[in-house]
Design a protein around this ligand. Sequence first.
Ligand code: IYR
Length: 223
Amino acid sequence: MQTEQPQIPLDFLRYPDTEMLERAKSFHALLDRRRSVRRFSADPVPYEVIAEVVRAASTAPSGAHKQPWTFCVVGDPALKRRIREAAEAEERINYGGRMSEEWLEDLKPFGTDWQKPFLETAPWLVVVFKRAYELEPDGAKHQNYYVNESVGLATGLLLAAAHHAGLATLTHTPSPMNFLSQVLGRPANERPFLLIPMGFPAEGCVVPDLRRKPLEEVLVPFL
Ligand code: IYR
């Protein structure tokens, strides 16, 4: 390999085939219990748990290892309230006609509307920002690469890590979401990507009875 970068031995665990299959199955069983939750309990969750979940997310691969993400972790009730108010102001417009009839129809199974109480109830809001580019203190701009792919991967790991730790999440997409930059005072190179409430489900929380596509519908083998 032609590089000046120091290289270290790969820390890799190889399992026998039977154990590999067992591990693959049990990881699927874990992930298959993850559901998007829209009714949260106000029970507190230690900040340290959320920080570790973010640390796991930040192990994601990224274009040229630029790690083009910032995770704002919001527990402050006043900030959560401002985020809820701004999100609801936009969603009122969305549900009042900005979304197409087909879109509203597609959302019916989820029972969503413009009201977003979970933005105040959940103990934590993780606001994921993508870093479109990097700014040096002297004002020089540096590129990031495959930013959407990288931040999407990191967010997937964030959801899996939260679920593994025993936390419920919602992948929330207030739209438009520029208000998050203002409320959290983020710089111009950071753009809001997703808003993820984290905490415990409310007592008696229910979720829609949805089915995941069977493997045959999503996997095309070329053996
Ligand atoms: N952002 C809106 C609408 C919405 C859109 C999709 I696509 C969803 O899967 C869920 C909601 C809202 O949060 O209500």
